[in-house]
Design a binder for this molecule. Sequence first.
Ligand code: DQQ
Length: 534
Amino acid sequence: VEVKQLHRTGFHFQPKKHWINDPNRPMYYNGIYHLFYQYNPKGAVWGNIVWAHSVSTDMINWKPLDPAIYPSKPFDRYGCWSGSATILPGNRPIILYTGIVDPNNTQVQNYAVPANYSDPYLQKWVKPDNNPLVFPGVGVNGTAFRDPTTAWWGPDGHWRIIVGSRRKHRGMAYLYRSRDFMSWTKAQHPLHSAKTGMWECPDFYPVSMDSENGLETSVMKGNIKHVLKVSLDLTRYEYYTVGTYFHEKDRYVPDNTSVDGLAGLRYDYGNFYASKTFFDASKNRRILWGWANESDTASEDVNKGWAGIQTIPRKVWLDKSGKQLLQWPIEELETLRGKNVHLNNQQLNLGDHVEIKGIAAAQADVEVSFSFASLDKAEPFDPSWADMDAQQLCSHMGSTVTGGLGPFGLLTLASANLEEYTPVFFRVFKAKDKHVVLMCSDATSSSLKKELYKPSFSGFVDVDLTDKKLSLRSLIDHSVVESFGPGGKTCITSRVYPTLAVLGDCHLFAFNNGTETITIEKLNAWSMNNPLMN
Ligand code: DQQ
């Protein structure tokens, strides 16, 4: 039976059908972007995992190829799990991935190389017989040992990778070294570890302290810091720290402004997991890809015939403060912008909601900057809230709870009479000697359907309010809203499944439920065209 597709995305990365999860080390090679990803060729649930493969020249339009890596050898018979690509000297890509060798999910690290380097699409990959390269070894938990990173090369002539793992309740980034990329030795000390539970899909890379440009993964000198990201199986969020890599000792130490663990910074405060970055040499930038899983029920995934999307690739770089990363959708996305509407100097008083008419509100890109005359009406930040995380705060003080300075923002994927809407908004509080800005993307009111996962995703925004402005960009695409707070400081992706606010019945509003009047200084919204999508 053909299911009417109300929630399939228009411009996000999706294969034609079936289940997808982690992006597997995207790379740029001879003018082509490659995206590999975890894929079930047989259905819309996780299982039978292979590395599916698509190619692109702009990371927006995609052409599908046959799976690059799939179970075929004793060292990956039960699955080809996540991993990374490295471009070796002489412009030779190599993939490291986790092979599952038995029904108990015992994990080893394997490699694969292109069968033919002159094929521009690198369609066929071979897995030589000297695999696996890395066994769990003594003292390593063999069922929690996976997701090798891109390798980096040290001045001592050794390659290094980290592999995600767990020792009891400690997340581990085991470090391995190799001279020839084939024989790997475990370092005595992990690169880093923390009491957080299993670390999946670690990522480790340098960032520049004085430029938005990205750096090749092996760069160790200059005015740089390093970023370590881990995916926490426990919470299903991704945390990162900014710190220093002491490469002679192979130790990574997070800065004292960077909290290690569950209270730390996240790439995204919503449906975003198992991400990977890569250095895009063609534009000197570092690009972040993340998987946005479904919030729908598994039986609906099967009905729809697909599950999982990749978020729009984001450029990432270090904020001037050195304390956090900034993220922004790649500029190529703007080539899909179609019909445009704009608003200037529109006031939003308490209780106002103003419709943004004239675009396809179910598939849009919206950029808005809000301003306010004063911070005086910011509600006091109750000291007891300090123990609450942002998400709890947002679920207590949703978009309809009247405030002082905020809540204000956008009502995305809204039905005409607001039976359904996904609000993306700010609320400003006054704490002892600073202002606290909360950004929320609240799925609670997103759908009349009950059995969905509808969390009040939320994060704090570390932003200077002296100019009394807050800006927001939201990418709206049927069942996903990807939002970027001021300059990409706080990002939240929500997966939502409206029943009324679908296709042509979908609306977009700006709103204010705070007593302080808010001005939309400038709003630009575009209908988004469909790229070639697999
Ligand atoms: N997904 C892969 C694993 C990884 C997990 C399996 C993260 O390699 O740890 O599909 O989503």
